[in-house]
Design a protein around this ligand. Structure first.
Ligand code: G16
Ligand code: MG
Length: 220
């Protein structure tokens, strides 16, 4: 029995939100805008360009296209300097065990992330070779909650959507998985991810028995 397993990156495999926060805060403060952890939460799963648009809206700042692009590039350079310090110790608890279980069972695994830096990050934490396909911000035109990223991920591992299982930490990502007609597994707070088919706090709560059961489920 086989299913297609699709993993989000930030908030599921690693917590890069803290680095996004530092980089966005530096950018925002640099142009006189406050930036809080609470605002950072609202950027989870949101693309880089949409994130900057939101920050400018919150700060009631308008920029020329040239300045907008310059700031986006600066943010990314700054963010990448944090990514450069990452190693395997940043993989979230329980993730390696779950990935290894699926690999041992010969289940295809794809990444479905909004990040344009996913290969860099997976490389740093030494997980790149565990994925059969990478669909990320470089491969899609429509951001979550649009299902494009997950539909492309399913195609890349040759599975029909109803036989795919998505692990996601953001509300937009759960909506994208549901719209794609895939089984959506929320990683985080059940009260926030209430549209998911099932929610776990983190991967330490996901048993191998549960993963085994997923091999015979189909989204209806
Ligand atoms: C991630 C993060 C978002 C980030 C986006 C784009 O999505 O959750 O906060 O804005 O990637 O990242 P980058 O600037 O690296 O292209 P995901 O889908 O992996 O959770
Ligand atoms: Mg995420």
């Amino acid at each position: 029995r086989k299913r297609g397993f699709i993993f989000d990156l930030d908030g599921v495999i690693v917590d890069t939100a803290k680095y996004h926060f530092l980089a966005w805060k530096k950018l925002a403060n640099g142009i006189g805008i406050d930036f809080t952890e609470h605002q950072n939460e609202q950027l989870k799963g949101v693309s880089r360009i949409e994130s900057l648009k939101k920050i400018l809206k919150w700060g009631k700042v308008t920029l020329s296209e040239a300045d907008f692009n310059k700031l986006m590039a600066e943010k990314n350079t700054n963010y990448l300097s944090y990514i450069a310090t990452m190693d395997e110790s940043e993989i979230l608890p329980g993730v390696i065990k779950a990935l290894q279980y699926l690999i041992d069972k010969k289940q295809p695994i794809a990444l479905g992330s909004a990040s344009k830096n996913s290969v860099e990050i997976l490389n740093k934490v030494n997980l790149l070779n565990r994925f059969d396909a990478i669909i990320d911000g470089n491969a899609v035109t429509k951001a979550k909650p649009d299902p494009e990223v997950f539909l492309k991920a399913a195609q890349s591992i040759h599975f029909s959507p109803e036989n795919c299982i998505v692990f996601e930490d953001s509300v937009a990502g759960i909506q994208a998985a549901n719209r794609a007609n895939m089984i959506s597994i929320g990683i985080g707070e059940a009260s926030i991810l209430n549209e998911a088919d099932v929610v776990f706090k983190d991967f330490t709560e996901i048993s191998t028995d549960f993963l085994e059961k997923l091999l015979s489920v189909t989204k209806s």
